[in-house]
Design a binder for this molecule. Structure first.
Ligand code: GTP
Ligand code: MG
Ligand code: ZN
Length: 293
C-alpha cells in the first residue's frame, strides 16, 4: 500500500479494531474510553490515531474527520462503490439498484455497477436493454462470472490503488468475486443450499481487504432493505444523473417532476431521453419519501 498515509480501521472484532498501519502491519486496538462513549461509532475505513502499547497492540486515540460515509454498507472514507447484482440467483431487482444508486450518489461517490453470474444467463441478450439504460446514463457497467472469470481482470484493474466498497444483495457473489480478484484470499462464500435458508448471509461484517495491486476493498454483508429516510423530496432528482440536468432547466421552481405537463423532466421521458423504468422508479421512490414525511 504505497498511498496509505494514515492508520486505517480494517475490521471490528468484538470491541477491538484491527488497524492497518502505514508500514503494512496490523495492530489490534482498543478504543480510548471517550471514543467508546461517543454516539458516533468507529467504522471500517476510519482513519485513526493509534498509540502502540505492545507488539501488535494499540489504543485508538482519535478518529480523524471522515471524507465520506455510507450507512449501508457501513464504511467510511471510500473512493468508489462497486454495486454488485447477479443475472440470476438472485435475479436483478432494478428498483433496489436505483434505490442503492440514489443513496451512493447522495454521498458523491464514484460508482461501478457489476452484474455477476453471467454464466447463468440463458439468452445472451437477456437484460441487455437494462444494461444499456445504465450505460447510457454514464455508469460503468461490467459483466462478470466467477465460473469462467469473465470480467475479473477488468474489475481488479478498477480497484487498483483505490479504496472501494462492494455493496449489494446477499448471494450475488461479492465474496466470490474478491476471491477471484485476489489469489489466496479464501473468503467464505455461500453454499449451494443457501436457497433453502432464505435471507441467510454468508459475510457477517464489513472488512477491508488489501489487494496486492495496492487497492483496498471492503467486502460487506448483503442487504435487501434500504430506506431513503431523511432524503428531501425536492433533492431526489439530483441523484438520478440523467435527470439532474433537465431538472435544472425545468421552469417550475420546486417542481417534483411528477405531474406538470410542461415539466422538462417529463418532456425528456416523453422524448425517450430518460428511460421509462428509471422514471417509474423515481416516482416510486418519491412517493415513498412523501409517505415518510
Ligand atoms: N453460477 C455462478 N455462481 C456464482 C458466481 N459467483 C458466485 N456464485 C455463487 O453464488 C453463491 C453466493 O456467493 P457469495 O460470494 O457468498 O455471495 P455474497 O454476495 O458474498 O453473499 P453475502 O456474503 O451473503 O452478502 C455461492 O454459492 C457462489 O458459489 C458466478 O459467477 N456464477
Ligand atoms: Mg459475502
Ligand atoms: Zn419539473
Amino acid at each position: 500500500m504505497s498511498k496509505l498515509t494514515n492508520p486505517i480501521v480494517v475490521r471490528g472484532v468484538g470491541g477491538f479494531y484491527d488497524v492497518l498501519m502505514p508500514d503494512g502491519s496490523l495492530v489490534r486496538c482498543q478504543p480510548r474510553g471517550k471514543l467508546r462513549l461517543s454516539l458516533d461509532r468507529i467504522l471500517v475505513g476510519d482513519w485513526v490515531k493509534v498509540g502502540i502499547v505492545a507488539a501488535s497492540q494499540g489504543i485508538i486515540e482519535d478518529v480523524l474527520k471522515r471524507k465520506n460515509q455510507l450507512v449501508r454498507p457501513a464504511v467510511a472514507n471510500i473512493d468508489q462503490a462497486v454495486v454488485v447484482l447477479a443475472f440470476s440467483d438472485p435475479e436483478p431487482d432494478w428498483l433496489f439498484l436505483d434505490r442503492l444508486l440514489v443513496l451512493i450518489e447522495a454521498s458523491s461517490l464514484k460508482i461501478v455497477i457489476c452484474i455477476n453470474k453471467r454464466d447463468l444467463l440463458e439468452q445472451p441478450d437477456q437484460f441487455q436493454q437494462m444494461i444499456n439504460v445504465y450505460r447510457n446514463i454514464g455508469y460503468h457497467v461490467i459483466i462478470t462470472s466467477t465460473v469462467d472469470n469473465q470480467g475479473v481482470d477488468e474489475l481488479r484493474e478498477l480497484l487498483k490503488g483505490k479504496v472501494s466498497a462492494f455493496a449489494g444483495p446477499s448471494g450475488v457473489g461479492k465474496s466470490s468475486l474478491l476471491n477471484r480478484i485476489e489469489e489466496g484470499l479464501e473468503l467464505p462464500v455461500g453454499s449451494i443450499s443457501r436457497k433453502l435458508g432464505r435471507g441467510r448471509h454468508t459475510t457477517r461484517q464489513v472488512e477491508l481487504i488489501r489487494l496486492s495491486n495496492g487497492g483496498l476493498v471492503a467486502d460487506t454483508p448483503g442487504f435487501s432493505q434500504l430506506s431513503l429516510s431523511g432524503m428531501a423530496q425536492d433533492r431526489l432528482h439530483a441523484f438520478f444523473p440523467e435527470m439532474a440536468k433537465s431538472a435544472l432547466l425545468c421552469r417550475f421552481s420546486g417542481c417534483l417532476h411528477d405531474k406538470e405537463p410542461d415539466c422538462a423532466v417529463i418532456q425528456m421521458v416523453d422524448a425517450g431521453q430518460i428511460a421509462p423504468s428509471r422514471y417509474q422508479n423515481y416516482l416510486t421512490l418519491l412517493a415513498e419519501i412523501q409517505r415518510m414525511r
